[in-house]
Design a protein around this ligand. Structure first.
Ligand SMILES: [Zn+2]
Ligand SMILES: [Zn+2]
Length: 140
């Protein structure tokens, strides 16, 4: 795979679309409370890219910034103003990086997960693939 390879995705209604170029910095499944609340799902997938690898098109997104109860630093979600899908977020802790919600890619299989994190707050019935690194807290 070359760095010029691109992948597209967008929100549920199609008003927000994006294109990413190259490989993600990393992609992880996160079981923290923030990811649960953001997605309404048992865990969220964050595909972290450098800001300059991502281009957005369509409607401007709305933003919601909150302070993490574990780190005390802000996380800012950006979501479609029409359908509410959260497409991307940034973290005070990771300047220059931007996460794309893993489920919003047209092809959800193009990236590989490197780990499941914050599994100390995962559902008790969660099961993980044998070869998947699992971290009770954040990946450093
Ligand atoms: Zn939308
Ligand atoms: Zn999380």
């Amino acid at each position: 795979m070359t760095t010029s390879e691109t992948h597209q995705g967008g929100c549920q209604c199609g008003a927000v679309r994006f294109t990413v170029s190259g490989e993600p910095v990393r992609a992880m499944a996160c079981h923290c409370t923030s990811c649960k609340l953001r997605t309404g799902a048992p865990y969220g997938i964050g595909v972290y890219m450098q800001d300059e690898q991502i281009e957005f098109e369509g409607e401007p997104m709305l933003k919601y910034r909150y302070e993490s109860d574990t780190t005390g630093r802000w996380i800012q979600n950006e979501f479609c103003s029409k359908c509410g899908s959260t497409i991307t977020w940034t973290l005070e802790m990771r300047p220059g990086l931007r996460a794309i919600a893993g489920g919003s890619f047209d092809n959800p299989d193009w990236y590989s997960l490197i780990a499941h994190i914050w599994t100390r707050s995962a559902r008790t019935d969660m099961r993980y693939p044998d070869d998947m690194p699992v971290h009770e807290k954040a990946l450093e």
